[in-house]
Design a protein around this ligand. Structure first.
Ligand code: GAR
Length: 192
């Protein structure tokens, strides 16, 4: 059996972090054991930090106030001791620099059918658009916002007169289904 080590980066609520951890951590798939080694929050007030504490997942805070170059170097320093196979972004609201991108395999989830509705307001923009479907995307991370080769996407049908909260909940539920599968796909089917 081999172990695959994950680092997970977030900035806010941390619901995808918790979902991934509960579904994958210390579990064995095809003779591969998944281990979440470290979480990193870009905000010191992120609720995801409380989730990490409750889960027993070590969490470091690397504040967004750092300039980009310092941020990336400090991030590499934090990751170095853990032999990380995959960096998972779960609501991490920063763009990573080339040094980090070239050092690790990194994936991200975004709550839209990319390339539509990139950025921090994807759910609202998708809700307000006249499209009949919405969805979520998982992709490899490049140096541009919410861009990079797609790993998986899934869609849901919009419901007439649905309020934003209900729509948002359905988007998040889709994320909770698709992201663990995408992490496994990347770790088990692709050579790292
Ligand atoms: C998720 O909807 C995720 O797709 C989105 O942030 C939310 C984080 O929620 N990410 C992006 O918009 C990336 N551009 P969570 O903290 O509860 O997992």
């Amino acid at each position: 059996m081999v172990a695959k080590n994950i680092a997970i980066l977030f900035s806010g609520n941390g619901s995808n972090l918790e979902n991934l951890y509960l579904k994958l951590h210390n579990k064995i798939f095809n003779d591969v054991k998944i281990e979440f080694k470290i979480a990193i929050s870009s905000r010191k007030d992120a609720y995801g930090i409380t989730r990490c504490n409750n889960l027993g997942l070590k969490c470091e805070i690397l504040s967004s106030k750092e300039n980009k170059e310092n941020y990336d170097l400090k991030l590499l320093d934090i990751l170095k001791p853990y032999s990380i196979d995959l960096v998972v972004l779960a609501g991490f609201m920063r763009i990573l620099g080339d040094e980090v991108i070239n050092a690790y395999k990194i994936i991200n989830i975004h709550p839209s059918i990319l390339p539509l509705f990139k950025g921090a307001n994807a759910i609202v923009e998708s809700y307000q658009s006249d499209m009949k479907v919405a969805g979520v995307s998982v992709h490899y991370v490049s140096s541009e916002l919410d861009s990079g080769e797609l790993i998986d996407q899934d869609t849901l049908k919009k419901i007439d007169n649905e309020d934003l909260k209900s729509f948002e909940n359905r988007i998040h539920n889709l994320e909770y289904e698709i992201y663990p599968k995408a992490v496994l796909k990347v770790l088990l089917e692709c050579k790292i």
